[in-house]
Design a protein around this ligand. Structure first.
Ligand code: AAL
Length: 456
């Protein structure tokens, strides 16, 4: 009997501890803002790798800007048999009966051999027949490749009323990136509409599946009825108080069932979901809607994310900025060489509210300005040889034929900027003190860079 009481007491204690711990690190930070009324966000200054700056450029071919078409919310980019693939929401900008840019959408896809010039291949997943969960619109998709199968997860809306709220997340799969795609019978995620205060009570958006620690983590954005705390819009625009957060739902099998984490929400900010593998954990980048806008974050458990750095973009006018909005990351096999090499490049969308045919959006490319790579990868991927490392008097650069090389201090100061013809005899570094420096290669086709060591 004594033993039983002890067991029950222990159980109660453990349950209480577990229950009281079901708040993510991001929720605890939000509560601190709430109770102090202070919206300042603490961004560490000692993780230079996590401070990101992007360059953006328009694509050519079928994905060149054209206001007749609306292409938005692109998936990640995959390289399959030497070709790049991307999937996205597609509609005619002035499509008959459309009530918003993501209404009456289908999922289209395009391919490219160089990542700049794209050919649209047509529909991948079309919205379904009357009565189906995606009858009104199929939009905002993400691709996931696992065990030789491709999966497209996307937002689904059955009716016009459920276009902005009550979206569900659906999934289609194929053994080929070119399709054909088979839809699962039912959506794999729905809003927590039965709960009065859930962060995702009204809708679930922007699904993204990541294989992590032997399970399938589906990150998504939720919207509820909570009033916003330190909202981005209020601080930056002085207007609405929209605040959205991300959740995660975890499954043992890729097709589900996906169980929402008890720690949700796992961010307190972030419009479109953007997650990448970073070392043993995961990196994320948060756009607007919440106090931690413009931050990069890291988590070792996929649940508790800590602020690591910031994305450099003009916060006052982010809609015209180089921030990759609705980023679709290039998922390469070598994308885990540095904490942020998962965001080296990809595609994002540009919003144009209003135009000849109405509001329209197009997809463009973004590149990390100073993408970190290892010296070995630069040789493997670009053929450029950097030696010796550490260097004492000279850094030699072999096989770099066109573009500019910039040598930075670790704090970002430009120390030298030389074109290909000026580095024939190497870069003279004899005047620099011992330490870590950064070499950036700027070429017509994008930038890449690496850390180098100078030993005086
Ligand atoms: C986007 C995404 C989702 C929303 C709408 C289309 O920014 O968050 O996809 O439903 O806007």
């Amino acid at each position: 009997m004594k033993y039983k009481i002890f067991t029950i007491a222990t159980l109660l204690f453990v349950t209480t501890v577990v229950l009281s711990q079901t708040k993510s690190a991001a929720t605890l930070r939000l509560e601190a803002h709430q109770s102090s009324g202070n919206c300042d966000v603490d961004i560490p200054t000692d993780n230079p790798d996590w401070n990101l700056e992007f360059e953006v450029r328009d694509l050519t071919g079928d994905l060149a800007p054209n206001d007749y078409y609306t292409r938005r919310d692109p998936s990640s980019v995959l390289k399959v048999n030497g070709k790049y693939y991307v999937w996205y929401s597609y509609s005619l900008t002035n499509g008959v009966g459309k009530v918003s840019a993501w209404d009456l959408n289908d999922l289209y896809f395009a391919t490219s051999t160089d990542g700049y010039h794209w050919t649209e291949q047509g529909v991948a997943v079309a919205r379904g027949p009357e009565g189906s969960y995606d009858h009104r619109s199929a939009f905002t998709t993400e691709v996931f490749y696992h065990d030789n199968i491709f999966y497209l997860v996307y937002q689904a809306s059955d009716t016009e009323e459920n276009l902005n709220s009550n979206n569900t997340v659906a999934m289609a799969y194929s053994s080929s990136a070119d399709g054909p795609w088979t839809k699962l019978e039912d959506p794999i995620l729905s809003p927590s509409s039965e709960q009065s205060v859930a962060f995702d009570k009204n809708t679930v958006h922007d699904p993204c599946i990541i294989y992590f620690k032997g399970k399938f983590y589906m990150y998504y954005k939720g919207e509820g009825n909570e009033s916003a705390v330190c909202s981005y819009d209020t601080q930056i625009w002085g207007t609405s108080n929209k605040q959205v957060k991300w959740g995660v739902a975890i499954a043992d099998n890729v097709t589900g069932p996906y169980v929402k984490s008890a720690y949700n929400p796992i961010t307190n900010t972030g419009h479109e979901v953007c997650v990448w593998h970073s070392g043993e954990g995961l990196g994320i980048m948060l756009h607007q809607d919440g106090p931690e806008y413009g931050t990069t974050q890291y988590s070792s458990d996929g649940i508790n994310f800590e602020i690591m750095g910031k994305v450099d973009f003009p916060l006052k006018n982010p809609r015209n900025s180089t921030y990759p909005e609705a980023a679709g990351l290039y998922r390469s096999e070598t994308s885990n060489n540095s904490p942020v090499s998962g965001v080296s490049w990809g595609v994002s969308h540009v919003l144009n509210w209003g135009g000849t045919y109405g509001s329209w959006m197009y997809i463009r490319r973004f590149d990390l300005k100073n993408p970190p790579a290892s010296i070995e990868d630069i040789k493997k991927i670009y053929g450029v040889n950097i030696y010796p490392n550490p260097a004492t008097d000279t850094i030699n650069i072999g096989n770099f034929n066109g573009g500019t090389v910039v040598l930075y201090s670790i704090n970002g100061a430009i120390l030298k900027e030389l074109d290909a013809s000026q580095i024939k005899d190497g870069i003279d570094v004899s005047a620099f003190t011992s330490g870590i420096y950064y070499l950036l290669f700027k070429t017509e086709k994008g930038n890449y860079g690496t850390k180098v060591i100078i030993k005086s």
